[in-house]
Design a binder for this molecule. Structure first.
Ligand code: MG
Length: 462
């Protein structure tokens, strides 16, 4: 059993003793803290919170506990039912709610679930706000409403449709051009709520034929739900065997997008954002943001368009805050997370699909040909296990100072930019390990860059 309480919310595995896993007691306590925190900021006015969930098996249990607890606090609930993370995010704003809760453990396997907390802008709450919620939960300093003040509940199951309508209105989404291409598209929605959103989205975009794989939102994940190449073999085979132009895969809460080309090869999760940014920058000039662990290809594409690239600390909330401060026109994360500020400041695989298809249609290329126009980079992901008594921060400081002749960023761990690639070291908050990501023009060179740093760390430790 695992229960992880952090400033970004609470997540854990279902079951066990209260406090050890994500149990009903823990869910009620945490929702009470978040709801109380929201209503406290509302003075005497009633608060409204939008909730929605992915299709995982524990979702219905979390949903009823969350809804009942909010009503008990005197908060009116708008329940979207089975939905997507980006859909709940846009609904919070449009419904003029004071917050939102998405019940999803994102790409994690079925035994996990979590509460993702949103502010009144439909964006993840800040670290500061999260710390306040955590404190309220720890002290159980919440108060519930009296009988005449209990919250109401309203079910609104048409939000995916509304979200799709908003995507169709986005600058650059070209339905006519997509329709003219007679696209045949295969999709893998891992039996979660992508199955409710991708088919109507693709139809609305004018895709001629959709081949649905794992689109039943039963929560019975047919494979590890993270949209990584090793988990998308079925989609890859179907795209190739059925002669589809491309395939799309999303994670259970539909904020990450992976693409498979017509030849069954992965477009590369890192390149989802690269391609969409290339398209957006062709229409609208402005800065671009991703996190420090994302591909350098985005920087190259931004430079090709004569635009600036900025790298934030890892974490969606950090990407969003940097996008706002630089007024970025597009941003996101290398894990297939596209953030389109014209729609909202959150990763949105549905918006990503609409923009990618528009890009592909406009290019007139095959998917694999489009991929080939982008600079070729390869990543290597390593970790070093340490013993708990080792001071990881001190190791990171030493690595940074030993490399001071290079371009070094200490915004989030240590990132060293070399001429031919980069290495990014981050310490884990939960285990005594350092994660080392590196990137270069070949897999071997990426591994070499990482290995040199790993050797340095090992010498320091000894
Ligand atoms: Mg996700």
């Amino acid at each position: 059993m695992t229960l992880i309480k952090s400033i970004s919310g609470i997540r854990g595995t279902i079951g066990g003793k209260a406090g050890d896993g994500l149990t009903p007691m823990d869910i009620v306590k945490f929702v009470s803290a978040f709801g109380y925190w929201i209503s406290r900021s509302q003075a005497n006015a009633r608060s409204k919170v939008v909730i929605g969930r992915d299709a995982r098996i524990s979702g219905a249990m979390l949903n009823s506990l969350t809804s009942g607890t909010l009503q008990g606090l005197g908060i009116d609930v708008i329940d979207l039912g089975l939905s997507t993370t980006p859909t709940v995010e846009v609904a919070v704003v449009e419904e003029k709610a004071q917050g939102g809760i998405i019940l999803t453990a994102s790409h994690n396997p079925k035994q996990w679930n979590a509460l993702k907390l949103l502010n009144e802008k439909g964006e993840f709450i800040s670290g500061e706000d999260g710390a306040e919620v955590l404190e309220i939960a720890e002290n159980e300093s919440f108060r519930f409403a009296e009988v005449d003040e209990l919250g109401t509940i309203e079910f609104k199951h048409d939000w995916i449709e509304k979200h799709i309508e908003m995507i169709l209105e986005l600058p650059g989404v070209n339905k006519d051009l997509i329709t003219s291409m007679d696209f045949k598209v295969a999709i893998d929605c891992v039996n979660s709520t992508g199955g409710l959103a991708l088919p109507p989205l693709l139809k609305a975009l004018g895709v001629a034929k959709v081949i649905e794989l794992y689109c039943e939102p039963s929560g019975d994940f047919p494979h590890n739900p993270e949209p990584l190449p090793e988990n998308l073999k079925d989609l890859s085979a179907i795209v190739k065997d059925q002669g589809a132009h491309l395939g799309f895969a999303v994670d259970p809460d539909v904020d990450r997008l992976a693409i498979v080309c017509e030849d069954g090869e992965m477009f590369g999760e890192e390149y989802t954002l690269v391609a969409v940014a290339d398209y957006v920058l062709g229409l609208n000039k402005g800065p671009v943001v991703s996190n420090l662990s994302s591909s350098r290809a985005l920087r190259d594409v931004a430079e090709n368009h004569g635009q600036q690239y900025f790298a934030s600390a890892v974490g969606e909330v950090n990407v969003v805050s940097m996008m706002k401060s630089h007024n970025a026109v597009i941003g996101g994360e290398g894990n297939g997370g596209i953030i389109v500020p014209d729609l909202h400041y959150g990763r949105d695989a549905l918006a990503g699909i609409a923009l990618f298809l528009s890009h592909l249609a406009k290019s007139g290329k095959k998917c694999s040909e489009l991929r080939a126009i982008y600079p070729e980079y390869h990543m290597s992901k390593n970790k070093i296990a340490l013993t708990p008594e080792i001071d990881v921060d001190q190791i990171l400081d030493l690595i940074a100072s030993r490399n001071r002749k290079e371009k070094v960023s200490t915004v989030d761990g240590v990132k060293i930019d070399y001429e031919n690639g980069w290495v990014h070291l981050r310490k884990s908050n939960t285990e005594p390990i350092i994660r080392i990501y590196s990137e270069s023009t070949t897999p071997e060179k990426a591994q070499e860059l990482a290995q040199a740093i790993i050797d340095d760390v090992n010498v320091i430790v000894q």
